[in-house]
Design a protein around this ligand. Sequence first.
Ligand SMILES: [Fe+2]
Length: 216
Amino acid sequence: MTQQIITYDIKPTKLVPNSPKPLLLYKGYFLRDGKVDSTLAFNTFKENGWDTQWVATYGHYQRSHYHVDTHEVMIVLSGPGKIRWGTADFGDDAHNHTYGTASEDGALYSDANVGDVFLVPAGVAHKSYNPTATNSDAIGLAGGQTMLSEDTRKSIGELEVSGFTMMGAYPRHLVCGWSEGGDHVGQFESVWNVPIPELDPCLGRDGGINDYWKCY
Ligand SMILES: [Fe+2]
């Protein structure tokens, strides 16, 4: 079966580099019987040179951010949730920058449904949140800044996930930092030049970044 990929072009704003490379969405790539096979996702990412670094359940708020040193792949293990793409947040009032007016215009809004895999180019701002969450901020279920060990593979499959939960991976040896709108004004070009990994995290040598990123 050929994987259908949805692409989104997210242009730079005044404050956020975003990327000439499209954001890619693979619908349900690791779904088996209506559930995500997170062990299969973990193993596939790993075989393709992408290492899983975290599993997190999102709260009512998250601040918009982007990564300048790495691309990122995120898979929705449990949902639905919301992701806002491409724009900066203003100020420290989390409610206002998430549900009010304290953010740049022109965002793309997505529903994040179970099984969605988002491949996010370096520079593309994202903000993941769950309007029905009872916690305000994301809760790390595994990982965080520390790369998950191989032994964790088993526990990934056994993690109890609920609410809006995603698992995230990065090309091997790359560690993600956290940047916010305005941090790289005048330096967008360098963010856009983060090297393209050799293999697509889901599809390896066929499709995905091979079709949509390597032409840039
Ligand atoms: Fe991120």
